[in-house]
Design a protein around this ligand. Sequence first.
Ligand SMILES: Nc1ncnc2c1ncn2[C@@H]1O[C@H](COP(=O)(O)OP(=O)(O)OP(=O)(O)O)[C@@H](O)[C@H]1O
Ligand SMILES: [Mg+2]
Length: 499
Amino acid sequence: MAANRKKNEQQYLLDAIDAFNRRIVIISPEYKILAANDTAMKDNPPDLIGRPCHEALLGRSRPCANCPAGEVMRTGKSSLRYDHWDNSKDSEETLCLFSYPIYKGDEVEALVMLDFDLPALKNMEEKRLQSNAFLRNLLNSAVDAVIASDLTGRILIFNEAAEQIVGYTVGEAMNEITIRDVYPGDGAREVMRMLMSEEYGGVGKLKGYHINGKRKDGELIPISLNASIVYDANGNKVATIGFFHDRRDEIRIQKELENTQVQLLQAEKMASLGKMAAGVAHQLNNPLSGIILYTKLVMDEYDLPEEATADLTRVLEDAERAKETVKELLEFARQTDQEMKPQDINEIISRTIFLLEDQSIFHNIKIEKSLADNLPYISGDAQQLNHVFMNIILNGADALEGKGVLSIKTWYEAQKSAVCIEIADTGSGIPDDVLPHIFEPFYTTKEQGRGTGLGLSMVYGILESHGGTIRAESKVDEGTTFHIELPGMEQTRRDEKIG
Ligand SMILES: Nc1ncnc2c1ncn2[C@@H]1O[C@H](COP(=O)(O)OP(=O)(O)OP(=O)(O)O)[C@@H](O)[C@H]1O
Ligand SMILES: [Mg+2]
């Protein structure tokens, strides 16, 4: 009990309580009214004292469920209640009650109940709700996931981005899990350890830490975490807050870049292989010429038995065929800068087919050629044009999966002065959503290792540098047709030239 007060001091205090324009009621732990100030007495029945407060003030038979006095008795501490209160007189009204205990020794002897100025509190509450809503909107509009937890790991803040990444709803996060469920294993403790250390962005801070988060369904997601410790006004640690984002896209893009690098290396390797092939072809050329020359000499100079002549004829034929292949290889693989010369497109197409048709993939593919014989020359680089037809024909063979018809047609379109080439297959066709992308570099629908996706982009680039165009038409399950146009060299119509 307070210090000894003089009589007049006590009187002042009593007068002050009576003059106070809020109702003050003192009740026993059994809810009986022990005393009430003038304001409380004014609005209520005169026989207030001694009656249960719920009955005298609210006309109820039992204590109200949300009476703050109940909590004061349970906890021994003050309590504030702000609630809708069913008032028997005025139907429903909003009441704000503050209650605190008066101790005698260790026991609560009585409780003070005090009501508040409602409009003021209502304002405060509205402002509090508004600022809470503002904070919630702020957190929810954040791109990063935000999770705050108290020092026991209980989650205090969990925004929408966190819901998306971790897969729990806000309600589940707040009530059913702790921060230890979000960082699997020893993750939460590890984060705390780093937060306490100097090394990771200063004490209380952690920047760009890569760790796994665990989704509700158990999936682990790589995340990048910025975290800090939240201190109260006295410098005590009260919570930790983490801002993080999902790194899966970042990792995917990085992987794609690495793959692209591998593919570029592959393309370089292919170019070197081309050079090597050309080198080997060159080396074979001379000995093959020797074989042909000396076989012919032997056949001419000696009177050989018939059988020997037949055998040597076979040697000669095979050597000549080998020389032809070497010549094609040299022509095709020659790694030179673009060398523009008048070219007969039919010859280039025939040469490409010659190189390809013996490959096993073409064994059950019927190649139909319909090459117009009055074509003008076009100005082009033979090796690059070989490349164009090689790529398109190989794509066609892939789409045919070894079986079907591949047709190649050439003609001249006088109006456009263009040499036109059409290469069609009866293969799988190209779906509408794939078709717009087929000329993009590295675009492939083939499994890894089977296609680099460079073929058609090279084709496109080569034709462009020749002043030509290419477009594709396709129907799924029916086949694909590539249309190519190249400017003809007007002065070189073959019929004129030949004629
Ligand atoms: N004749 C065709 N029939 C069906 N799809 C085709 C045809 N030609 C091209 N495509 C599609 O276009 C994609 C790109 O072709 P492109 O030649 O650029 O690359 P790729 O063949 O996949 O790989 P590579 O670099 O080895 O040529 C192919 O993956 C395929 O999906
Ligand atoms: Mg290809």
